[in-house]
Design a protein around this ligand. Structure first.
Ligand SMILES: [Zn+2]
Length: 178
């Protein structure tokens, strides 16, 4: 995400050379000011190694720290000021993993949703280690109280409209299935 000519990364992808990849895509490395992880699964965190090489700070909810094999990440609360600069706040949404986190812009009504909820009204898996059905339902209930248009999930396409409706669909799916 870009704001005031600075970039912040949300999920470092499964690409171990993430920063080199972004530089090749035309992004100035000096302008990348931090990275936030929606959760600790490997396909979202592999790029951490490339952040370390350039001293770019990375933040995660510490309840997911056990999923990582690095000790160079900071607790998400230490990144709150930086998130504010991008007009965002973190919302703890356990269920897929204990430390799953969404990032919300109230002014622009968008949600970076990780693997908690997807653009097609599906919710994230709760059957992997650390998953919890009741937590997933509470998290979706919490998200359904927000005004959301765009959803940028960890997998699949994003949507620019009617995000709140999609989250309500995900919640009713979860209430039936979990
Ligand atoms: Zn995941």
């Amino acid at each position: 995400m870009k704001s005031n000519d600075k970039y912040c990364i949300f999920d470092t992808s499964g690409h171990p050379d993430l920063i080199d990849f972004l530089v090749k895509a035309g992004i100035n490395r000096e302008k990348i000011v931090g990275a936030f992880l929606t959760h600790g699964h490997f396909d979202h965190v592999m790029g951490i190694c490339s952040l370390n090489r350039y001293n770019i700070k990375c933040y995660i909810d510490y309840s997911d720290l056990y999923l990582l094999h690095v000790n160079s990440v900071l607790d998400i609360h230490d990144g709150e000021k930086l998130l504010e600069e991008f007009g965002l706040r973190s919302i703890h949404t356990p269920g897929h993993t204990p430390g799953s986190t969404c990032f919300y812009s109230e002014s622009e009504a968008f949600l970076i949703s990780g693997d908690t909820v997807f653009s097609d009204g599906c919710f994230g898996r709760t059957d992997l280690p650390g998953g919890n059905n009741d937590d997933m339902k509470s998290s979706l209930r919490l998200l359904s109280s927000l005004k959301i248009e765009s959803i940028f999930p960890g997998h699949g396409g994003y949507i620019r409209k009617d995000g709140s409706k999609i989250i309500k669909i995900a919640l009713s799916n979860a209430e039936i299935l979990l």
